[in-house]
Design a protein around this ligand. Structure first.
Ligand code: G3H
Length: 496
């Protein structure tokens, strides 16, 4: 059970504490923030509404703890991360339970998220030992005009304090994808969880606490974005921001100082289907890609662009599979569960109604109860409909029929997003040419978009973000290069 057993100390009455200076604390604000269960629409949990003074304190601790952490041997940092990963996996049940209750993620997927997170931490520890334990050695006589009088040694050093802001849809996994690289690289870490997902994050942070990381190195500060959001992101102690979420990231980027930013801000991933595609494979991937976690994934298939000649057959196959999706409570592992909030459900409904007014074909009847929206495939969507461009972040998928591959590529590239895309064809040469033409960070050939495996590079173009993620790229992004040059009095050559 969440908040019990080893997690008892993170709870104060009915309000979860925040984590600062190696201890679980109650905010001096005396206020809390309610977390509403998307399925029941009732308050499920409460977290501390931290103050700006508490943010200042956390930053002060983070700065000082980082100094000694950077001197901690790399193997030791890795050892602690492995320990945290093991504790996290051992306690997957209560963490998964809070995911179910605060973000309505189906129970099985919630467990998968925690296990995947443990694996990510361990992989990151191993990768960190490999890539941070090596540097470069450059010789000056490779550049014209120089003799071999300079030896240049490069290494990767930490940035300082990393601020991590994960989204509601993967509060644990997308938090650890920021925390683990930051820590292995010798940074300290301040976590600001999303409101929905905060309790899962607090449980996850407790696993790091139990692993024995030094005091002040990791902090988790909860509260209202309106009160501490800008204060955190514009804080002078912050040396790097890693954010995943919506277009708030654009304003964070504009306000942040001259620090490295890693931003992943959503997508409108296109699925281009050619005439020679295996339509059964396409249909399965559209279901997996478009409807898993009720479409609330930045990498969800968000628009299908199918060649007119195979469109009828594909739509029939997808319709048959949509009919089999189960709809209901996350506890029962239903495929489609309530979307995260009423405002999200209203937004999705707005897109659906716009498509209805403009004449889209509804493959199922539109149905909504509270935040629960039944899966909906919209055929014959045209570019003048909002759903052709906007990200519903819900179980609603538009199909646009195209008469040429170029039309599909043009639609994909006209989007302000550029996260991932996919193309289905048996012709690998065509697939490569289409992949090259698509302006997205990744193109999947014959599979739905996905971030994982978590060591693959993951990046968005245009409004989808800046900086590349994936374990290795995150470690690199959270370091800077330091060089030392040895200047010799005379050219020197090792002659072997
Ligand atoms: O929602 C954004 C996530 O980065 C998507 O991750 O492809 O593993 O679902 P995923």
């Amino acid at each position: 059970m969440a908040g019990t057993g080893i997690f008892t100390e993170i709870l104060d009455g009915e309000v979860y504490k925040y984590y600062s200076d190696g201890e679980w604390r109650t905010s001096s604000s005396g206020k809390s923030v309610a977390i509403v269960n998307p399925a029941t629409r009732k308050t499920q949990y409460k977290v501390q509404a931290c103050t700006q003074e508490e943010v200042n304190k956390v930053m002060e601790m983070a700065k000082s703890a980082q100094k000694s952490w950077a001197k901690t041997p790399l193997w030791k940092r890795a050892e602690l991360l492995h320990k945290a990963a093991a504790i996290l996996k051992d306690n997957k049940a209560p963490i998964a339970e809070s995911l179910v209750k605060e973000i309505a993620k189906p129970a099985k997927d919630s467990v998968t998220e925690v296990v995947r997170s443990g694996d990510l931490i361990s992989y990151c520890a191993e990768e960190g030992v490999r890539i941070l334990g090596e540097g470069k050695f450059l010789l000056s006589d490779s550049f014209p005009g120089n003799e071999r009088t300079k030896y240049c040694l490069t290494s990767k050093i930490p940035l300082g304090v990393v601020l991590a802001i994960p989204p509601f849809n993967y509060p644990v996994n997308l938090a650890v994808s920021k925390i683990a690289p930051a820590l292995i690289a010798g940074n300290s870490l301040v976590l600001k969880p999303p409101t929905q997902g905060a309790v899962s994050c607090l449980h996850m942070v407790h696993c790091f606490h139990l692993a024995g990381f030094p005091k002040g190195l990791i902090s988790c500060i909860t509260g209202k974005g309106s009160e501490i959001g800008d204060f955190l992101t514009m804080h002078p102690a912050v040396n790097c921001i890693s954010f995943t979420g919506g277009d708030t990231g654009i304003s964070i980027s504009k306000k942040a100082g001259m620090i490295p930013l890693q931003m992943e801000l959503g997508g409108k991933d296109a699925c281009i289907v050619l005439e020679d595609a295996d339509l059964d494979l396409v249909a399965s991937n559209i279901i997996k890609g478009g409807f898993s976690y009720s479409g609330q994934r930045c990498t969800a298939v968000k628009v299908v662009l199918v060649m007119e000649s195979v469109a009828d057959e594909l739509v029939e196959k997808v319709k048959a599979k949509v009919a089999k999706l189960t709809v209901g409570p996350p506890e029962e592992n239903c495929d489609i569960t309530a979307v995260v909030s009423e405002s999200s459900a209203n937004f999705i409904e707005g897109l659906v109604m716009d498509a209805k007014e403009k004449g889209a074909t509804f493959c199922q009847e539109y149905k909504r109860e509270g935040n629960l929206i039944w899966p909906l495939l919209l055929d014959n969507v045209r570019p003048d409909m909002r759903i052709a461009w906007e990200e519903p972040f819900g179980p609603v998928l538009p199909v646009l029929r195209i008469s040429s591959v170029e039309e599909g590529i043009n639609h994909c590239n006209a989007s302000n997003f550029g996260l991932q895309g996919c193309v289905f064809t048996k012709d690998i040469n065509k697939a490569m040419l289409i992949s090259d033409a698509m302006e997205t960070g990744t193109v999947q050939i014959n599979s739905a978009p996905a971030r994982g495996p978590d060591h693959f590079p993951f990046q968005g173009l245009k409004d989808s973000g800046i900086g590349s993620q994936g374990v290795t790229n995150s470690i690199n992004l959270m370091t800077k290069v330091k060089t030392t040059v040895i200047n010799l009095p005379t050219p020197s050559y090792s002659m072997g």
